[in-house]
Design a protein around this ligand. Sequence first.
Ligand SMILES: Cc1ncc(COP(=O)(O)O)c(C=O)c1O
Length: 316
Amino acid sequence: MKYIGGFFELEIPQGAGPLHRDAIELNTGRACLSLIFQAQKPKRLHLPFYMCNAVLEAVAAAGVTVVFYGLDSKLELLTRPALSDGDMLLVVNYFGLQSSYTGRIAREFGHRCIIDNTQAFFESPAPECFTIYSARKFLGVADGAYLYAPRHLAIEPFPLRRNAPDVRHLVNRLAGRQQTAYRQCRAYEAEMTSSVRKMSLLSERLLSTYDYKQISLQRRQNYLALHQHFVDRNEFEIHLEATATPMCYPLLLPELIDRTSLAKRGLYIPTLWQDVIERQGFGFELDRSLASRLLPLPIDQRYGIADMHDLISRFG
Ligand SMILES: Cc1ncc(COP(=O)(O)O)c(C=O)c1O
């Protein structure tokens, strides 16, 4: 029964609709993986070593064995894996800058392949294979993920909707309480699991309101402003494709940059990923070196060209 009258709920104006209209709406990227595993029942998943532990844990929790592969300096597969029966391959579109490459891989491996577009929210899905997205790496929402499959997936019963998510970190960041928000964000992320839920109603509504064209434009402009400045020093071989919307500007300098001193100047650059640097075992030197040296500089829609110049000046 619909309640009529009384106080207002948090009111989110109607927007033009979500960017991913034909996808299965879930809560996290990990939930998308869990559903793929339920449908395909793989025994092993070939995964890049350059990947956070959160995903490895979700894969292990599904009883799927992880087989690591290495990347070359363009962040492409070092060698083509020979897939055995029961194997799947996951390929990440790093920073949203590898769309041609991930498209080629999708065509080559078809339904045995998962394109991980969690860093490429604006990219179209590859029709040949599974494609996953996670909204909160691009937008100010607490949850929200999209899954595309190469065939109809009979998901019975459909997962329950996620309860109203904890948004204290988002609200406190908005209110300027940065330290509190940072602590709350870390705690929130640490509690996330691969449990499969439908996207929260709050995120579903919010994701219908964004001006995605404008966001894409803003990100591209900011990216190009940084590239103009860093192009001669950046060792990372990158090219911003005509339709790409990047997650960040990946800067790879010959010297190791002290992130703590940048943070003291109000410039917060995460490490993608500390897990990779600390992971036990031999090999994968290039992947580990990337994780410690690569600086994913922010270029998102909160910022404009003046902010990019400010960012550059804080490098000293
Ligand atoms: C490359 C990559 N893929 C997938 C995921 C999983 O996304 P989510 O945190 O929404 O589960 C993450 C982050 O955890 C990630 O970094």
